[in-house]
Ligand binder design. Sequence first.
Ligand code: SAJ
Length: 418
Amino acid sequence: MDNKQFKRVSVIGLGYIGLPTAAVIASRGVDVIGVDVSQHAVDTINQGKIHIVEPDLDMLVQSAVTTGKLRATIEPEPADVFLIAVPTPFSDGYKPDVSYIEAAVKKIAPVLEKGNLVILESTSPVGTTEKMSVWMSEIRADLSFPHQNSEQADIQVAHCPERVLPGYVIQELVTNDRVIGGLTPHCAERAKALYKLFVKADCIITDASTAEMAKLTENSFRDVNIAFANELSIICDKLNINVWELIKLANRHPRVNILKPGPGVGGHCIAVDPWFIVDSAPDEARLIRTAREVNESKPEFVISKIRKVAGAFKQPKIALLGLAFKADIDDLRESPAVGIAQKVIQETLGEVLIVEPHINELPEKLQESHVKLLSLGESLSEANIIVTLTDHSVFKQVKQSILQEKVIIDARGIWEQE
Ligand code: SAJ
């Protein structure tokens, strides 16, 4: 392990990607300084605790802080490497918002020293890594940057997009292959040496634009494939065909592997990243845009089903199973299930019983007098309409006999025969 050239690594942004990455690098014996704009995050980490939920992260952070290898601050300090892991949301009109990256880069620019390596991990539109180099050069005219001076630049700049799956971050940080795009081949080689400190899998080198596009492509690939499954479910509903049986049959073909339909696509990656491609090539990205539109329309399809079924009851009691955006996690951000619950509540389609075993309290936007957060057992016995919105493992274990005489809208297909 060559950690001599990287004595001190600074991670900017201590969220779902930055904090686990900081802790994993610290666990390899490198001094890590985490920088975040949130005083709460900084204080929590310095106490050896975590402000986000991710399996095994608590132990890793506690040990890194206790051994003095990880420390968090608000203000950047000099380091050998700066690794930027801040959010890249989209603003109105699905335009990528790279302002957090710009702010992070402008904050580290004053402490940069000759020989430093700056790596962008945030998922970004094509061209952002080069922009970073330009922003830094505008502040530090005394240093040369790779977009100006190619291989001889004082500072190296690379992009290495994060690719870890929430819930498996600690494992995937080590076992996933990494795509490393340098603004120059030398930038890429240096970044590869850093990742080799903790990545057991392959670190493949390319240029920065290809690395940026690779990340967007991976998530768009998944989005397009989920859209195919979602569109099939809508077609099958019209044609009165069981989509789950259909997919199972089609997937018996050796070259067919259809994903699962659901109530929509949640999370902060797959529902966002395809728009970055659409924004860069609006006339050409026709399939990618349509896939997004299909997935965005799926919650309304589920709501219309609930509306129709509820209308047939005098006193509809609707159990909504699951609020998280996917199975067995507590993350409600950008979850289609939350949007569906909100609409069902707003439209007062009936009494709403929400089951989300991973939370203790309903989010503020769902707190209404006719809405209860109940256990699975209670809501199954009370409700006359049951809607599955997240495929949590506990829901799969429900005995079929309990569901008899209930109207089921199984948007996740969790009670379909395996
Ligand atoms: N979903 C379906 N049907 C499926 C698969 C997923 O409806 O067959 C839904 C899920 O329920 C969820 C959404 O799609 O609402 C996204 O879930 P996911 O498990 O596909 O992905 P994320 O958002 O948790 O993580 C993705 C991963 N990207 C890919 O698998 C290509 C992860 O590796 C990335 O690191 C992450 O995005 C990211 O940060 O970009």
